[in-house]
Design a protein around this ligand. Structure first.
Ligand SMILES: CC(=O)SCCNC(=O)CCNC(=O)[C@H](O)C(C)(C)COP(=O)(O)OP(=O)(O)OC[C@H]1O[C@@H](n2cnc3c(N)ncnc32)[C@H](O)[C@@H]1OP(=O)(O)O
Ligand SMILES: CC(C)C(=O)C(=O)O
Length: 505
């Protein structure tokens, strides 16, 4: 079975439904730009009626990102569809994605609607959406647990009403591959007008079978696969884009069809999404985990040294991991630096390169070798910049096992220098309390996470914090070879984001 396999990325919609994840407009734009470089076919940019922020993000992506179709989600409600269209109309290739649940459990307990009402609503709303936009996708939420006969009737109705894509979600991740494949085949055989629409699937990972179910659907005729980077998504997540794509890339003998994904962009996309969402990738995660291409045991190492394919079914290069060919350190110049940035896929203007070069030299003074990961960490700090209300000018820490930790900080707010000191339960607590006094706010720290982004005693430490205000979480990141400095930077970054977001709304 040959043909193009369409990749529908929903990292910015279902992926953002991961508990604790909230992306601002700039972050969503960065991810969308990277998804365009990855060459996905569709970017589901958000759920415009959900919030002003989500609406603005979908609109900004529709205005600025070219290449993929830009989709926005809407319930089978006129007001949702209107709001989605208001944001999407700027896109070169807009798509309204509307949905309603078709399973008895959802219709009875959630929607409190009869089958007839759901069928009529689905048809009516697809017709309405189609009056605004050419490209309409319809999803039957909880399709896998729906009565197949009813499902066929709904799909037949919405296709006749103008849906171009019909999506079959396993909303709660209940299916097994054989069952899910069979459902797709039955839909293809029993929906009389199916040839007028593209068949899509959307699988959740509650039982760890999202990717397997997606591939089973593909074998049985699905043409569009919905997925997210790193498998992010509601509860246990969605089918992971990188796993689906690399399964198809690696097992061309198994399935005769191809996605348009530029696989060399996979690693970079995964890293960006992990950094901006604050959700780390487990080391043994297929394709994008740190250990995915690492060989630890002697027998494996021996085999790989003789012939890579003894233990490698795909190359690290195929997902964009490079062996470091040029060592960057404090004696390197701008040419080598710029070249390396290009190789890593960053496109910066002269001014930005100069700014990063200064940061790179500062780091090279502290570290012997600046690795690709160091550079990505530095650069991602630059690309996530937002207006800085507060900037750290100075800090001092006094700490020990028999003394109370104390900290002094000086923060700059425009030209005004604010100095405060505090004690705390350890140096990080002391500096956080001093920062809180300086900004004059009581801050609730919801999460604190420290990891080494590079190796060695002089490793760069990356701190991620989440602070909470009025029920909203704000994520901040800071990078330094000094973990107290990284912590303070992350805290101030989160506070600046909070101030920025409040001003934007
Ligand atoms: C399977 C999925 O992932 S679906 C997408 C899930 N994503 C989200 O929910 C994130 C964004 N959601 C939100 O911001 C909010 O839920 C909103 C803005 C959409 C709605 O908020 P509220 O109006 O406060 O309603 P609330 O979320 O409490 O309840 C959902 C309502 O939508 C109805 N509803 C749910 N799905 C649909 C649908 N597909 N079509 C029409 N109505 C629906 C429910 O029956 C309920 O109606 P009711 O208020 O008349 O009882
Ligand atoms: C809206 C649909 C596609 C969905 O997210 C689901 O059913 O999981």
């Amino acid at each position: 079975m040959a043909g193009k396999i369409h990749i529908f990325d929903t990292t910015l919609r279902d992926g953002e439904q991961s508990p604790g994840v909230s992306l601002n407009i700039q972050e969503k734009l960065q991810i969308a730009a990277q998804l365009a470089k990855l060459n996905v076919d569709v970017i589901e940019a958000g759920f415009p009626i959900a919030s002003k922020g989500d609406f603005e993000a979908v609109r900004a992506i529709a205005q600025k990102i070219e290449g993929p179709i830009i989709a926005g989600l809407a319930r089978a409600e006129k007001k949702d569809i209107d709001r989605a269209w208001e944001a999407l109309q700027y896109a070169k290739r807009p798509r309204i994605h509307t949905f309603i649940a078709t399973s008895e459990i959802h219709m009875q307990h959630k929607l409190r609607m009869s089958r007839e009402e759901v069928l009529n609503r689905a048809i009516e709303m697809v017709k309405y959406a189609r009056s605004l936009c050419e490209d309409i996708e319809f999803s039957a939420e909880d399709a896998f647990r729906s009565d197949p006969a009813f499902l066929y009737q709904v799909f037949e109705g919405v296709i006749a009403a103008g849906a171009r894509v019909i999506n079959i979600p396993d909303t709660v991740g209940y299916a097994t591959p054989v069952e899910f494949g069979r459902l797709i085949r039955n839909i293809k055989e029993n929906v009389s007008n199916i040839d007028q629409a593209m068949v899509s699937v959307h699988c959740h990972n509650d039982l760890g079978m999202a990717v397997a179910n997606t591939l089973a659907a593909l074998e049985n005729g699905a043409q569009q696969l919905e997925c997210t980077i790193n498998g992010l998504g509601e509860r246990a997540g969605n089918a992971a884009l990188e796993e689906i794509v690399m399964a198809l890339h690696t097992r061309k003998d198994w399935f005769n069809g191809a996605t348009g994904i530029i696989t060399e962009q996979i690693h970079r996309t995964s890293t960006l999404v992990s950094k901006l969402t604050g959700v780390s990738v487990q080391p043994n995660k297929a394709i994008v985990g740190n250990n995915a291409f690492a060989h630890e045991s002697g027998i494996h190492q021996h085999g790989v040294l003789n012939e890579r394919t003894t233990y490698e079914i795909m190359t690290p290069e195929s997902v964009g991991l490079k062996e470091n060919q040029m060592v960057l350190g404090k004696h390197s110049g701008r040419h080598a630096f710029e070249e390396r940035l290009k190789e890593l896929g960053f496109s910066l203007n002269k001014e930005e390169i100069e700014e990063c070069f200064v940061k790179f030299k500062d780091l090279a003074d502290k570290k012997k070798i600046v690795s690709d990961q160091d550079l990505e960490a530095l650069l991602s700090e630059k690309i996530t910049e937002i207006p800085e209300t507060y900037v750290m000018d100075y800090f001092h820490i006094s700490s020990g096992n028999k003394t109370v930790s104390t900290s002094t900080v000086k923060l700059l707010k425009e030209d005004i220098l604010i100095e405060e000191a505090s004690t705390g339960d350890g140096p990080v607590d002391a500096i956080f309390k001093a920062i809180e006094k300086a900004v004059g706010m009581e801050i609730i720290l919801a999460e604190y996470f420290l990891k080494a982004v590079t190796s060695g005693k002089d490793a760069l430490g990356e701190v991620t914090v989440k602070i909470r205000k009025n029920g909203t979480l704000y994520l901040g990141r800071g990078i330094s070879t000094d973990i107290i400095e990284a912590s303070a930077k992350a805290y101030i970054n989160a506070i600046n984001k909070m101030i920025y977001t409040e001003q934007e709304n």
